[in-house]
Design a protein around this ligand. Sequence first.
Ligand SMILES: [Fe+2]
Length: 604
Amino acid sequence: MDVLGISCFYHDSAACLTRDGKILAAAQEERFTRKKHDPRFPKNAISYCLREAGIKGQDLDYVAFYDKPFLTFERLLLSYLTVAPKGLRSWLEAMPLWLGQKLHVTKTIKREIGYEGEVLFTEHHESHAASAFYPSPFKEAAILTMDGVGEWATASYGFGKGKDLILLKELHFPDSLGLLYSAFTYFTGFRVNSGEYKLMGLAPYGVPKYKDLILSELIDLKEDGSIRLDLSYFDFLGGLKMTNSRFSKLFGGPPRKPETEITQREMDIAASIQSVTEDVVMKMVQHVHKETGQKYLCMAGGVALNCVANGRILREGPFEDLWIQPAAGDAGGAMGAALSTWYRYLNNERSIVEGYDSQQGSYLGPSFSNEEIKAFLESRGYTYHDLSPDNRSKTVAEHIAQGKIVGYMAGRMEFGPRALGARSILGDARSKDTQTVMNLKIKYRESFRPFAPSVIEEKAPEYFDTEKSSPYMLVVAKVREERCLPQLSTDGMPMLERLKVERSDIPAITHLDYSARLQTVNKSHKPDYHEVISEFEKLTGCAVIVNTSFNVRGEPIICSPEDAYRCFMRTEMDVLVLEDCILFKEEQPPWEEQEDWRNELELD
Ligand SMILES: [Fe+2]
């Protein structure tokens, strides 16, 4: 039985197809349309899922949508009435979209994919919860979801047991940890719904001097982790902005304008809101543990991408283990809707092998065969060389060890915001220059965040303070003390200089606070990537490399060989690996484009 889950029309559209409860395919629409966070109907992602399953739209048994638009409509209407006539402008802006598409989801689905059957609707947080629990390696576990807002819910908790999933309680709009974090994302000059990770990365530069102010003025934090926002500081109910002048007054001036200099104030604000967020999350987690009595915890929703908070949950307990849906944001709702249909609506049994999740490394997107890749390269006249199975990994590792920047595309594309070695740019973690080179020559930005490391799973404890695997790059851990260099004070140094100070023997991935957002690479999930890092270790003695997403700033991660080649030629990347083909920059024909591509991409 084939079930298609869809999430769209808000942020980051996606589709996921399950067959008899097994996840066959999942992908975000942005990867195909090349428009970051594309919220449109995921036509391309759906076509891909159907292709992977070898079926047509009319063959689907069920289609499930990840949220209930009428309930969201009700929330918008009531929010407007609460602040009327103040919210009229945002109301008028939102309405045409609502009346035009969101309330006609069923019609759109039937028209776009030629499906005749029933369209089911799961609630937003139910979708998040299902995406967290059903693919997890646990027979039973507590569930916690946290995001900006769904229909009404902004957080929920409950538990899963076998095929059953029960949500016990919800926190409701406008009281939302996700919206609170986004308000600070806006105030510090980053993009809401995409720059939250930057705010988190900025936190180690500051001191949490506004923490008490946030706790006393902006929110009322209860023992169970629920919060109430003081709405007199926020503008998201009726206005078009997140915060208002009262908020600015509290933090000593107006919001930072995007792309302007980041000052100590923003760093201190980042440290403060990060610390508050961790406190709230820890309180929620403790409460969920007390209420459910479960040993394990599953999480999803945008806030579950806060890997610093996740690292604390893992280290400090009380849960013994944690599993987070890698596509924790709304894209993952497509998977949750499909799985919820299979287990909750159709009442099918769930069997798992304890200790193994069914997310398959999150390698759930399209792949391209060597034949397809060669046909593409030859049709364009691009020069490539074949890599044989016995020298492939060694050759790639040698280039990385020589300080080259290597674009690496192999196997099925990742589902979720992180590149996990299927669509990644790789570099040498031992070199202190890697950060600067990758930022300036590849990403065309300066960054205050270090890159993330990929480490062979079995070697992770030699490099990081962690016993647990982290296959989806969703938790941070400290670099082991014996690898760290003595702490030097960098106070007073310009921000970007502070990051360049060497802090460990893997400086390219070590943050100011000696933490790293690591990916542990599992041999059975990703054998090719595991082998590349193993060969790198044989050459250098180091089982860690730099892994950053294969894209330039503002662009979605690449999907196809064509996207990969374009990104390779637009940047100063040295080497490109497409499955078993290797390309060198100096052998390629000159790359010409009509327009400056940098103008096409939005700032992220
Ligand atoms: Fe959500």
